[in-house]
Design a protein around this ligand. Structure first.
Ligand SMILES: O=c1nc[nH]c2c1ncn2[C@H]1C[C@H](O)[C@@H](COP(=O)(O)OP(=O)(O)OP(=O)(O)O)O1
Ligand SMILES: [Mg+2]
Length: 212
């Protein structure tokens, strides 16, 4: 018997204001016939990410949307954690790109590379990193289910590819020679941190109850 609460649909809020993420989450939910509406489409406010962990931020974003709109909401808090930088930028991955008027990921990637070269004494050395994703499904009564996924890889410089979003051009997942920026969306979805967390969410909250 699973102790997870199941999603009984039909409609879910994708509690994110990041278009790249919303697109990926919609792709990942597509096989389950769930109707989605994004927080941006509902004009929901973007809550301040005051948590100190991916989990805490995912939970506060999903709860804010679910309680405001009276519908189950799915959030994603994610980021790039670089081994040699003690896990930075981590939960600050979006904030490293903040310019005051929008986001500049070219600048954020440059900052990662500069900091890593400073630590390593040059472009070689330990370039291991991972992407982490916490997904929370929250209900209007404040029940939450949270799952965390990750994918390990290596940082390349300069970045390559124009697919995906955020830090994708500099991240080469282990066992692959393409960066996430060079991969087709389907190839990224097969191995990403978001897909890893998603598989756990689907199994716990969307799977066939008779099968568990
Ligand atoms: O697959 C990814 N490929 C590349 N970069 C990624 C990925 N996943 C997270 N990231 C980076 C960029 C993103 O902006 C930040 C997450 O920050 P995070 O606060 O969770 O999301 P966000 O502010 O962009 O949207 P929102 O909070 O409305 O969901 O980490
Ligand atoms: Mg955010």
């Amino acid at each position: 018997m699973s102790s997870h609460r199941r999603f009984t649909g039909p409609k879910i809020i994708v509690a994110s204001h990041n278009e790249g993420k919303v697109r990926e989450i919609r792709d990942l939910l597509a096989p389950f016939g769930v109707e989605t509406v994004s927080a941006a489409e509902l004009d929901l406010p973007e809550p301040e990410e005051t948590g100190t962990t991916f989990r805490a931020n995912a939970e506060l974003k999903a709860l804010a949307a679910a309680t405001a709109a009276g519908l189950p909401a799915l959030s994603d808090d994610s980021g790039l954690a670089v081994d040699g930088l003690d896990g930075a930028p981590g939960i600050y991955s979006a904030r490293w790109a903040e310019t005051g008027e929008g986001r500049d990921f070219a600048a954020a990637m440059q900052r990662v590379e500069k900091d890593l070269c400073a630590v390593n004494g040059g472009p070689n050395g330990n370039r291991a990193a991972k992407f982490v994703c916490a997904l929370t499904l929250a209900w209007p009564d404040s029940h939450v289910e949270t799952f965390q996924g990750e994918v390990t890889g290596t940082l390349v410089w300069p970045g390559r590819g124009t697919q995906g979003f955020g830090y994708d051009p500099i991240f080469e997942p282990d066992g692959h020679r393409l960066t996430f920026g060079e991969m087709d969306p389907a190839a990224k979805h097969a191995i990403s941190h978001r897909a890893d967390a998603f598989a756990q969410l689907i199994e716990a909250c969307f799977g066939d109850p008779a099968a568990s």
